[in-house]
Design a protein around this ligand. Structure first.
Ligand code: PMP
Ligand code: GLN
Length: 379
């Protein structure tokens, strides 16, 4: 049959997780924690099921949860948003990204994405009959060259998609970057889609520069986050989108017919847990910074060269001292012969540069990091 997505195969995350199982490798590939969500949060989900919260939730999300999201947004970013009109709970950030793109982007439009880009963006753009315009991030800092962005704007540019902290590099946007972005979209009809799923994982005392901190950008942005990253429960698939009323109304038209609503017991649990334990997200930077530092110490004796990690839960490493081959070939070799699953960067690119970088996930227990490091130090 005719395919609408000729470039799409099985995602690199599924491929590498499958290979990790087959080769009994330590899986530092697909990004997910190998430790459990807080016990109180798991208990709250079970309790919600026991108390009969098993039918459809309100389509836009449980009011108590939307209120907690609004509270958090004000506390973290100093922006007061309306829980009823500006917040929509979704089935993971993946749904929110898709709904945002489908709601805003039409056939023939252009969407600027920065490569390496998370893999779900481009298929969502393609399915609208729109075109992804790829701008490479600078290597090795993975920053944005704003002159390139200005040069790429056309009358058809409808959206700019940013991701900070960035997957796979961990790079973060600065307040200066937000000012550059604001100047570019000023007096245009360009909407910003800001993927901030790692918003609470920013290191070394830096503040997460959410577009919600920026009054001008917040007025024309859809900001997406994920409870999976913040509460160590990627399998629950709960996320949300924040956008001003008129933009949220368009977003909700798509969300309503994409999923209608999101898993009800988890929404009850997140609302309770956010109210009782706000320190969870406040302590997340220190929690993951300790993991980052532990992992870096463990693999320091290896022949891998470590890039800086300002945020997120991935470490990029340069393997050129070990093997001179493409990142995809290296990851295949590493999972089979080295016993560690990693993620190559090539699948995140339209035109991949010939770098020797792969991504390792450090959202792992000490035991997993130690087992992986022992193998990596033997390469
Ligand atoms: N965006 C980025 C940058 C991600 O890394 C991920 C998850 N790996 C997602 C979106 C999707 O999040 P969710 O699992 O909540 O759908
Ligand atoms: N976001 C996760 C990663 O980057 C993977 C999510 C998925 O497998 N779709 O590893």
């Amino acid at each position: 049959i005719d395919t609408k997505l000729p470039k799409v195969g099985t995602t690199i995350f599924s491929v590498m997780s499958q290979l990790a199982v087959e080769h009994k490798a330590v899986n530092l590939g697909q990004g997910f924690p190998d430790f459990e969500p807080p016990q109180a949060l798991r208990d709250a989900v079970a309790r919600a099921m026991g108390e009969g919260k098993n039918q459809y939730a309100p389509g836009i999300g449980l009011q108590s949860l939307r209120e907690q999201i609004a509270l958090k947004t004000e506390r973290m970013y100093g922006r007061r948003i309306n829980a009823d009109t500006d917040v929509t709970v979704t089935s993971g950030a993946t749904e929110a990204l898709f709904a945002a793109i489908a709601a805003v982007v039409s056939a023939g439009d252009e969407v600027i994405v920065f490569d390496p880009a998370y893999d779900s963006y481009e298929p969502a753009i393609d399915l609208q009959g729109a075109k992804a315009v790829h701008i490479p991030l600078t290597v090795p800092s993975f920053g944005i060259d704003w002159q390139q962005v200005r040069d790429a704007i056309t009358p058809r540019t409808r959206m700019i998609l940013v991701n900070s902290p960035h997957n796979p590099s961990g790079a973060v946007l600065s307040s200066g970057d937000l000012d550059e972005l604001a100047a570019i979209v000023r007096d245009t009809n360009i909407i910003v889609l800001s993927d901030e799923v790692y918003e609470h994982i920013v290191f070394d005392g830096a503040l997460h520069q959410s577009v919600l901190r920026h009054a001008e950008l917040a007025e024309r942005s859809i900001v997406v986050s994920s409870f999976g990253k913040t509460y160590h429960c990627t399998g629950w698939k709960v996320g949300y989108a924040v956008a001003p009323k008129a933009l949220s109304a368009e977003f909700r038209k798509v969300h309503q017919y994409l999923t209608f609503c999101t898993f009800h017991p988890a929404q009850v649990a997140f609302a309770e847990f956010m109210a009782s334990t706000p320190e969870h997200y406040l302590e997340l930077p220190a929690f993951y910074q300790a993991k980052r530092d532990r992992f870096r110490d463990l693999i320091k004796p290896s022949r891998l060269k470590l890039l800086d990690v300002p945020g997120g839960y991935f470490q990029l490493v340069d393997y050129s001292a070990i093997r001179d081959e493409s990142d995809v070939a290296f990851c295949e070799w590493l999972v089979k012969e080295g016993g560690v699953a990693a993620i190559p960067l090539t699948p995140f690119y339209d035109k991949a540069p010939n770098t020797r970088l792969v991504r390792l996930c450090f959202a792992k227990s000490d035991a997993t990091m130690e087992a992986a490091a022992e193998r990596l130090c033997k390469l």
